[in-house]
Design a protein around this ligand. Structure first.
Ligand SMILES: NC(=O)c1ccc[n+]([C@@H]2O[C@H](COP(=O)([O-])OP(=O)(O)OC[C@H]3O[C@@H](n4cnc5c(N)ncnc54)[C@H](O)[C@@H]3O)[C@@H](O)[C@H]2O)c1
Ligand SMILES: [Zn+2]
Length: 354
């Protein structure tokens, strides 16, 4: 069992990582939250049929009245209408302030169930059981919960920490390959910004079997990197910015292709490769770094470039919500494992574009 403690004073919690954990979460929940008598399992139409039944049964065995609130899988469901359906499920099943919401799924499920938990009855206990790699290493850590509006992603949300995060890496065996690859982009990002050791370990992995054999340790390292960053900057006022390495150009890539051609991870991968080639050319990054990043991204089947014009980059970045006034802070790396915050004017941005 690997454990990462997230230290946020009275909002502290543990992230537990262990193969087969799904089958033992129920008694862990009753031990952690003895007041819970009902639990709503929020899950999507792909994950629910695979795993929700097992969880529901285990919760019942542990004396918790459990029921499932399913929704149609996909980012399109991360909206106010589906959130409304979740509230309805919670109300109709009579959840009280001493009960709990359990998110069983990827980042879409975690973000939306978390917002429901944060707001239903002004906040009830929230548990995360992330089932995608991205959710395990990124979205389930840090307490950001949200839904999308037609006007943009994650526009309605809150900071709401879970009581616990339970990661069962066995569940990743059914995750479609493209989503595994997608999550790997964020894993590689953690290596780039904070851990030469993780980066090296990832370079040494040969195939999917190898990766899944190592995945618990990899997830543990990513969660602890993110936990340390979140502890310093719970409400995203500055320090969390390093997590955006590859994201400024990455978002622009995703947006230019209407969020269809590139997944988030693919956009981030291209963004990391493109910006590091520029920062290296400008003498801000140790020589040879871009080549290493490109090589590892290719090794995991991720793109290293995108056919986006300068104009498209500039207009997408100008709209990026991370822009503060006229300045934008780019996240660069000095070398593998060391990041650098680099504020530039919009006019100065051109130098960093391919
Ligand atoms: N809160 C945060 O800090 C944060 C950080 C990063 C991303 N996010 C959000 O996360 C979301 C993306 O997360 P995601 O990539 O996990 O998307 P997702 O939840 O849509 O999951 C991806 C796909 O994989 C399927 N799936 C998940 N686990 C599975 C499993 N074990 N077996 C079979 N199928 C499985 C899902 O049904 C879905 O089709 C976005 O909405 C993004 O905004 C949030
Ligand atoms: Zn990301």
């Amino acid at each position: 069992m690997e454990k990462v403690h997230v230290d946020l004073k009275e909002k502290s919690y543990d992230i537990l990582i262990e193969n087969g954990l799904l089958k033992t979460v129920a008694p862990r929940i009753t031990a952690l939250l003895p007041q819970v008598s009902k639990a709503a399992i929020v899950t999507d139409s792909n994950v629910g049929p695979l795993y929700a039944g097992i969880l529901e049964m285990e919760l019942k065995k542990a004396g918790i009245e459990a029921f499932i609130i399913p929704f149609e899988a996909g980012e399109k469901s991360k909206d106010l209408a589906t959130l409304g359906e979740i509230y309805k499920g919670l109300a109709q099943n009579g959840l009280t302030r001493s009960d709990a919401v359990i998110a069983l799924g990827g980042g879409v499920t975690g973000d939306m169930a978390g917002l429901a938990a944060a707001t239903f009855l002004r906040g009830i206990a929230f548990i995360q059981i992330p089932t995608s790699l991205l959710a395990a290493v990124d979205s389930s850590v840090g307490g950001k919960v949200a839904v999308d509006l037609p006007e943009g992603k994650n526009l309605v949300g809150a900071f709401y920490q879970p009581k616990a995060v339970y990661i069962d890496p066995d569940l990743l065996e059914t995750l479609p390959e493209r989503f595994l690859t997608d999550g790997m982009a964020e894993v590689i990002k953690y290596g780039c910004i904070k851990s030469p050791g993780l980066f090296k370990k990832l370079e040494g992995i040969k195939d999917k079997t190898d990766l899944l054999a190592e995945i618990s340790g990899i997830i543990e390292e990513c969660c602890s990197i993110k936990a340390r960053i979140v502890e310093e900057d719970e409400f995203d006022n500055g320090g969390r910015m390093v997590l955006n390495f590859g994201h400024t150009l990455g978002h622009a890539v995703e947006k230019t292709f209407g969020y269809e051609k590139f997944t988030h991870g693919e956009g981030v991968a291209a963004g990391m490769a493109l910006i590091t080639q520029r920062s290296e050319a400008l003498g801000l990054t140790e020589k040879g770094t871009a080549k290493r990043i490109i090589k590892i991204l290719e090794q995991y089947g991720l793109p290293v470039t995108a056919d986006v014009s300068r104009g498209d980059f500039l207009s997408a970045i100008a709209l990026d919500k991370k822009k503060r006034g006229k300045k934008i802070t780019l996240i660069l790396i000095q070398k593998i494992g060391e990041s650098l915050l680099y504020p530039v004017d919009i006019e100065g941005l051109g130098e960093f574009l391919p």
